[in-house]
Design a protein around this ligand. Structure first.
Ligand code: NAD
Length: 448
């Protein structure tokens, strides 16, 4: 591992990664790599998660292709030094911000979108001119293996390397003199990553999880709310960091919303989702048992069946839960949606504000004052009004958490900025000198 870091640092210091043409070339290679390896990627996603081609393409490969396009389209402009104003105190000089790559970056990825969440940060790090060490999740071993093979096929190790393994391997990587750590995973592991990074003062981005609420007010378009919540919750069998974790619904519209949600669950996944071979499984036995335990904590309104052998759990909606239940305390990260009711909008607002800041929040309702009330009075990473998940696929919106749901952001311009140091330069004139700043003159320069 020391040798790997040493060779990456040497490669970086030789300056290979810095030019515009080199970076564009590498982005093109990643695009080509995704095309060439599309079939093994699809098979691996199916093997590890039973991900259908539709889901694999829409939430992993398609997303990455659009991210590459975005970086290539703007790279020249983003790399260009940014001129800033010259205050009177700096008369005669020019002042600008250089965009400098950070160096050797470690990307640690989770298993739920194992291709997207490994390669999207990689694309940003490459566009910004860094060398990269990528550590995919050991819980999706086939995907991890395919990632290793395809990166090896296209890139030398001193530029991009894949290190496979579990937390023990990650610990060893964290002990190396890295220039940046980009971590996606749980809040508890994120805490430990930051602790270890602090020993060497390595800066971090932490893309974490948490409990993201959806709120459906009485003036919502209930049919669309039902359709979009079902889609956002049960895509990838609920194993999505920004999936609606639980639902607050106004008591007057609960029954109607539920009946519509039932229709959409059946429409998307059939009458027997466990037999639907397009329906994603829970990643492993341990997570299956964790999610299954939630089923006994409330009244199941629909769903609730499971298939232990294939680690699948039906899309399930339940009520009768309280905040002491594990299902309301832990991030669910599975196809179980607990529902709570309220009568006044300030009830969900004050409840959510008592909890750690969520990664996402979704509000459904037509009245604009109420929409603003919710978005103004709750702090959360990002979210949607009258939709779920959609904010994540807009490259013009930085994606990230706040507080316990993370720090820093990426996607589009934010990715380039995350992996770039902004180096401020004052380029001074030598044609004249301003005497007033030196000692011995009557009026000293006031430096604020
Ligand atoms: P995890 O935190 O268990 O693991 C993430 C990565 O860290 C893996 O590569 C794993 O090998 C490594 N790791 C695990 N324990 C470690 C330790 N003690 N020291 C060092 N490395 C360690 O997360 P997961 O189960 O893979 O993913 C699910 C979690 O990730 C959920 O909480 C979810 O919300 C979150 N997530 C967040 C985002 C986001 O963009 N914010 C996206 C996807 C998932």
């Amino acid at each position: 591992m020391e040798e790997l870091i040493r060779s990456q640092k040497q490669y970086f210091n030789e300056g290979f990664t810095r030019s515009y043409s080199f970076r564009m070339e590498q982005l093109k290679k990643i695009k080509k790599m995704l095309e060439t390896f599309e079939d093994p990627i699809l098979r691996a996603l199916q093997f590890d998660l039973n991900k259908s081609e539709f889901e694999a393409y829409s939430s992993e490969i398609g997303f990455l292709k659009s991210e590459i396009r975005e970086q290539m389209k703007h790279l020249k402009q983003w790399m260009h030094p940014e001129k800033v104003k010259t205050p009177i105190t700096h008369f005669g000089s020019t002042n600008y911000i250089m965009k400098e790559p950070l160096g050797t970056v470690l990307v640690i990825a989770p298993w739920n979108y194992p291709i997207q969440l490994s390669l999207a940060p990689l694309i940003g790090a490459v566009a910004a001119g860094n060398t990269v060490i990528l550590k995919p999740s050991e819980l999706t071993p086939m995907v991890s293996w395919v990632i290793k093979k395809m990166i090896q096929h296209y890139f030398p190790e001193q530029y991009i390397a894949v290190v496979e393994g579990d937390k023990h391997i990650t610990q060893q990587l964290l002990a190396q003199p890295l220039d940046y750590i980009f971590f996606t995973g749980s809040t508890s592991v994120g805490r430990s990553i930051m602790e270890q990074a602090s020993k060497q003062l390595i800066p971090v981005t932490l893309e974490l999880g948490g409990k993201s609420p959806a709120i459906v007010h009485k003036d919502a378009d209930l049919d669309l709310a039902a359709k979009r919540i079902v889609w956002g919750k049960f895509t990838n069998a609920g194993q999505t960091c920004i999936a609606p974790d639980y639902l607050f619904v106004h008591e007057e519209v609960k029954d109607l919303l539920l009946s519509k949600m039932k229709v959409y669950i059946q429409h998307f996944y059939g009458l027997h989702p466990l037999e639907n071979n397009q329906y994603v499984k829970i990643v492993n036995q341990q997570h299956f048992l964790r999610v299954k335990r939630y089923l006994s904590e409330g009244n199941i309104l629909f769903g609730g069946n499971f298939d232990e052998r294939n680690t699948k759990i039906e899309p399930t909606v339940m009520d009768g839960v309280n905040w002491e239940n594990k299902v309301m305390q832990e991030e669910i990260f599975g196809p179980v949606l607990p529902i709570l009711t309220y009568s006044r909008l300030n009830e969900p607002i004050s409840r959510v504000n008592k909890l750690p800041k969520p990664l996402a929040l979704y509000y459904f309702g037509e009245n604009e004052n109420d929409q603003h009330l919710v978005t103004d009075s709750i702090s959360f990473g990002g979210g949607c009004i009258n939709d779920t998940l959609y904010h994540i696929i807009n490259p013009y919106l930085p994606f990230g958490g706040v507080g316990a749901s993370g720090m820093g952001s990426y996607h589009g311009r934010a990715s380039f900025d995350t992996f770039t140091h902004k180096k401020s330069i004052t380029s001074q004139s030598t044609k004249f000198d301003q005497k007033f700043r030196y000692p011995g003159t009557k009026y000293g320069l006031v430096i604020v």
